[in-house]
Design a protein around this ligand. Structure first.
Ligand SMILES: Nc1ncnc2c1ncn2[C@@H]1O[C@H](COP(=O)(O)OP(=O)(O)OP(=O)(O)O)[C@@H](O)[C@H]1O
Length: 238
C-alpha cells in the first residue's frame, strides 16, 4: 500500500527553483533515508511531504488523501531540524513537550488518557526518567528522542525527520537510528529521514533517495550502497 505519492513536484523560493519534477512512491512500512549535498532541497522536500509548504506544481498524497487532510488527521509526524538550538531557554518539561503532540490528534484524549499516552511514548523512546526535566537542560540526543516521542503522541502512521542526528555523537546517533528502526519494524510506522551520515544511516534504510534539486537516485538500500562509490560524484556535483 502506498504511504507517500509525490507526482512531478516542482518548488521554488521566489525565482530560485529548489526542486524540479520529483516523482516517487513510498510504500507503507518503508524506512526511507534521503541524502544529498547541502542546499539540495531535502528539507524543502520533507516540508512538502508534511504539508507545511505547497509545491508550485505537482501532487502530494499521503495515505491516498491530499496532504493537508492527512495532516489534519494526525497521520503525519514531523520532527524538524536543529530543535536543540531553539530550546535552551524554553521553560517546559519533557512531559509537557510530549503532551503538546496530543494536540495533533483529531480527537483529544481525556486527562487520564493523555497521561497514559505521554508515559507510554516516553517509555518507547527510553526517556521516562527524564520526564520532569526541562527540555533545554537535556543533551542533543536526549532532546531528539523527546521530539520523536512528541511526534508519536499524535499516533502517526508516517514519521518525517529532518537530520535527527545532526550535532549528535556516534553512540547517541546509533541509539536514535535503532529506536527509529524499532518503531518501523514493531509498530509498522513508515519513516522518512534526512541524513548526511550516509554510511550508518543507510544501514537502517529499506529505501534511499538522493536529491540534488532533482531526484538523482531512488531505490533499494542495497542498490544504493553498491552504486554510491561510483555514482556519488555525478549525484553530488551535477
Ligand atoms: N525559507 C526559505 N527562503 C528562501 N530560500 C530558502 C528557504 N529555505 C531554504 N531555502 C533555499 O533553498 C535551497 C534548499 O534548501 P534546503 O534547506 O531544502 O536544502 P537541504 O538539502 O535540506 O540542505 P542542508 O543539507 O544544508 O540542510 C537552499 O539554497 C536554501 O538556501
Amino acid at each position: 500500500m502506498t504511504e507517500i505519492l509525490l507526482n512531478n513536484i516542482t518548488f521554488g523560493y521566489n525565482l530560485d527553483i529548489v526542486l524540479r519534477n520529483i516523482s516517487l512512491i513510498v510504500d507503507k512500512g518503508e524506512f526511507l533515508v534521503v541524502v544529498g549535498p547541502n542546499g539540495a532541497g531535502k528539507s524543502t522536500l520533507i516540508k512538502i511531504m508534511a504539508g507545511l509548504i505547497e509545491p508550485v506544481s505537482g501532487q502530494v498524497l499521503i495515505g491516498n488523501q491530499k496532504v493537508h487532510m492527512a495532516a489534519k488527521q494526525g497521520i503525519i509526524g514531523y520532527v524538524p531540524q536543529y530543535y536543540a538550538q531553539n530550546t535552551a531557554a524554553f521553560p517546559a518539561t519533557v512531559e509537557e513537550i510530549v503532551a503538546m503532540g496530543l494536540a495533533n490528534r483529531p480527537k483529544l484524549p481525556s486527562d487520564k488518557g493523555a497521561r497514559h499516552i505521554v508515559k507510554h511514548m516516553l517509555e518507547l523512546v527510553d526517556a521516562e526518567k527524564l520526564r520532569h526535566r526541562r527540555i533545554g537542560e537535556l543533551s542533543g540526543g536526549q532532546q531528539q528522542r523527546v521530539m520523536v516521542a512528541r511526534a508519536l503522541a499524535a499516533n502517526p502512521s508516517l514519521l518525517l525527520l529532518d537530520e535527527p542526528t545532526s550535532g549528535i555523537d556516534y553512540a547517541a546517533s546509533e541509539r536514535i537510528y535503532k529506536l527509529l528502526s524499532q518503531l518501523n519494524k514493531t509498530l509498522g510506522i513508515t519513516i522518512v529521514m534526512i541524513s548526511h551520515d550516509i554510511e550508518t544511516a543507510t544501514q537502517y534504510a529499506t529505501k534511499v533517495a538522493c536529491i540534488n534539486r532533482s531526484l538523482c537516485f531512488y531505490g533499494d538500500n542495497e542498490q544504493f550502497r553498491s552504486s554510491h562509490a561510483t555514482m556519488r560524484h555525478l549525484w553530488y556535483f551535477s
